[in-house]
Design a protein around this ligand. Structure first.
Ligand SMILES: NC(=O)c1ccc[n+]([C@@H]2O[C@H](COP(=O)([O-])OP(=O)(O)OC[C@H]3O[C@@H](n4cnc5c(N)ncnc54)[C@H](O)[C@@H]3O)[C@@H](O)[C@H]2O)c1
Length: 413
């Protein structure tokens, strides 16, 4: 049975997703919502799969979209708005997909409260929430999850995750923050954030932690219990970091499965300035290790019989899990709107967007709504990615004091 989707927030990131949602074979209707009239018009006027769009499905506030009869809402608004909007949408009877993170504001305790509220609202309403974390569907993650299913890692011992994105990299964070201010919601956000800063609260990169924390957590299917974190403070009076306690934060976690995890979130540090950013993880087990697109396997079955086996170098194509054929064809069409189905039929599909994760995120959300099930990145899992960042930031503010990391467990079966 097909479902209907309302896209909330039609700014720059949503433009990578609208066609994918519209093209998915299980989506039979799409609605558009933004407070900026021209951003709605851009998609309302688009002829691509026009049969899935009715002009009455243009909305200019979340309230109007909640009153409509769409089944699910995809939240692609600015990061300080996600959690209250997700709660509002679930209370209105909608399943929710949210861009990352759960919420990003400079108040650690309020972020933790929002994690709890999303879980409570999902339980109370029976509506599902999925966090759209791109790292969870990168080809590297897909490969590692298959190895987990084969029990090929053995016991997990160590993992690293990093999101190293210099403020002046190709995807320039100064321009991103200017662009996010360029709307009514963006201007209100400046006033909202000033209230936090006036209370003496300062943020840091661990308030946007999910690209780095999710890789180790998702692959090992575990959560953090303790953290120690140190911060690096900007020393050049760079206005971008004026409201940040730190420009870089590096944390060490004790995980519930006994492994140790290092997470690096940096916004100041020369790197691949010509590329977008470094958004990677590595996971080490007693039998198998995945690092930098290489799989190492020693075939050990007890302490003494490890062998040196040839390493396996992997391409993205080797690592991706194939889509069902009809879904792959629909996505090929969405990513090549100027080509006909006939032209695309026998071509290779190259998933794009944050390592090729975008089509997989769309497929997981749409399928989970159509099947009435929790998605792979449900609120309990999403909270684990977020609490690691929040508690790391708190620890850095206390000069590395070791803190416990709260956990909400898993959804009831
Ligand atoms: N790798 C990733 O997962 C990744 C990458 C980039 C961006 N993002 C996330 O995507 C989100 C969107 O980023 P962006 O750069 O597109 O922002 P943007 O400012 O370009 O777009 C946000 C849009 O939301 C609209 N909006 C806000 N509140 C609204 C409301 N109540 N009703 C209707 N419309 C509303 C705004 O008018 C604006 O058009 C951010 O939260 C960001 O964290 C994630």
């Amino acid at each position: 049975m097909g479902i209907s989707i309302g896209m909330l927030g039609l700014g720059s990131f949503a433009s990578c997703f609208v066609d994918l949602f519209k093209a998915h074979p299980l989506v039979n209707r799409i609605a558009f919502c933004d407070r900026e009239v021209d951003r709605v018009k851009r998609w309302a006027d688009d002829p691509f799969l026009a049969k899935k769009f009715n002009p009455k499905d243009c909305y200019y506030s979340l309230e109007e979209l909640c009153e409509s009869d769409v089944d699910a809402i995809v939240i692609m608004t600015q990061p300080w708005l996600h959690a209250p909007q997700a709660v509002q949408a679930m209370n209105a009877g909608k399943d929710v997909y949210s861009a990352v993170p759960i919420i990003s504001i400079p108040d650690d305790d309020e972020i933790l409260d929002w994690c709890g509220k999303i879980i409570e609202t999902s339980l109370k309403t029976g509506k599902h929430y999925m966090l759209g974390e791109t790292t969870c569907y990168r080809p590297q993650t897909q490969f590692c999850l298959r190895k987990v299913q084969e029990d090929a890692f053995g016991d997990f011992v160590y993992a690293e995750g990093e999101y190293c994105h210099d403020v002046d990299a190709a995807c320039n964070l100064r321009r991103v923050s200017q662009s996010r201010a360029n709307s009514k919601a963006g201007q209100e956000g400046i006033i909202l954030r000033k209230k936090y800063y006036d209370r003496g609260l300062k943020g840091g990169p661990m308030h946007y932690p999910t690209h780095s924390t999710s890789g180790p957590c998702f692959v090992m299917d575990t959560y953090a219990v303790k953290v120690t974190c140190y911060g690096y403070k900007n020393k050049t009076n760079d206005p971008y970091f004026k409201t940040s306690a730190f420009s870089n934060e590096i944390a060490l976690f004790k995980m519930a499965n006994g492994a140790t995890v290092r997470i690096a979130e940096t916004r100041e540090g020369a790197g691949k300035l010509s590329a977008v950013e470094s958004e990677i993880f590595r996971v080490m087990g007693t039998r198998g290790t995945f690092s930098e697109n290489i799989w190492y396997y020693n075939g050990r079955t007890n302490d003494t019989d490890a062998k040196v086996l040839p390493e396996q170098r992997l391409t993205d194509k080797d690592m991706f899990t194939p889509f069902p054929p009809e879904v792959e064809l629909a996505f090929k069409q969405a990513l090549n709107k100027n080509k006909s189905i006939e032209e695309l039929k026998d071509t290779d599909f190259k998933p794009t967007g944050h390592g090729g994760s975008h089509p997989y995120l769309v497929h997981e959300f749409v399928s989970s709504v159509a099947e009435g099930r929790q998605s792979a990145i449900n609120p309990w899992i999403a909270a684990r990615f977020m609490t690691m960042g929040v508690m790391a930031h708190k620890s850095a503010l206390l000069d590395g004091e070791t803190l416990n990391v709260p956990d909400w467990g898993l959804p009831p079966q």
